[in-house]
Ligand binder design. Sequence first.
Ligand code: BDR
Ligand code: CA
Length: 319
Amino acid sequence: MYKLIIDTDPGIDDSLAIQFALASKEFKILGLTTVFGNVNVDLSTINSLRLLQLANRGKIAVAKGASKPLKGKFLGGVPFVHGDDGQGNTWQPPGSLSPINTPADEFIIEQVFKFPKQITIAALGPLTNLASALSKRPQIQQMVKEIVFMGGNAFCPGNATPTAEANMFSDPDAADIVLGAKWPITMVGLDVTHKTILSKEILQKFSEIDSPLHNHITKAYQFYQDFFTRVNKIDGTYVHDTSVFTYLIDKNLYKTVHYPVRVETQDCLSKGKTWPSLGESDHEGSEVLMPWKNRPKINICVDVNSNKVIELIKNRLMK
Ligand code: BDR
Ligand code: CA
């Protein structure tokens, strides 16, 4: 069983991902750490607490995290994708749960020290909390079991911009730090999430289940679906954040390749683009490829058995 911390910015697909993780016995969720991203961090914290309350899992800790990227300002999120409240304009009342006093980066450090080599971090938003935890305690690199993050685009276009994926674009400096650290890390990016589509029919089936969480999430998903119908012209929604958990449950569903990756941090056309180095060596002595020198190879998901992933999601969420 994974001892899990979920770093998240709910976000409609974050909400489904959290619902999926809560429904999966493979995960013991130690806490949710929140970050700005789809919405500001206050809202992402309220939404996290609200989701746990709806699921009747209020004992899981929620630690509030970064309100802005390492450099620059929070740019206001993506209300056209997730609604002004990050939950498809369903405007759920805040509920009665509160975050713990420990900030997200400290919570991550505390748990990693408490359970050395046992903690898996599922990161579903900008990687600011992880970068900040790393800068406070670099030794966590050797102490975390595994990081799996949703983000990046290795061999395909972006979604926030033609070149970059949204989570990487939101804090490229943090992403470049986290992807350069010496911990086992897997990128579940658009290369696979754009191949995995949750159809309207399946969503309709979820909506027939009468639980407070199902009711809320399927309502929020109507808003998310409208975005994909309008912009991507698809009859369903891409499975972004939930793919982190389907990867963890069955790694054989994904094909991975291994390269060092840099993230473009400059304010330019490819800001936030994840660039794998496709060279054979670690580029010793190569001036041209110097920026990748001494960077660890990371796992990059490049292909997926999407039918099986959708089956897995269906089975877990039909309960
Ligand atoms: C990612 O960006 C956010 O909008 C989603 O929640 C997901 O984490 C997809 O690019
Ligand atoms: Ca997210």
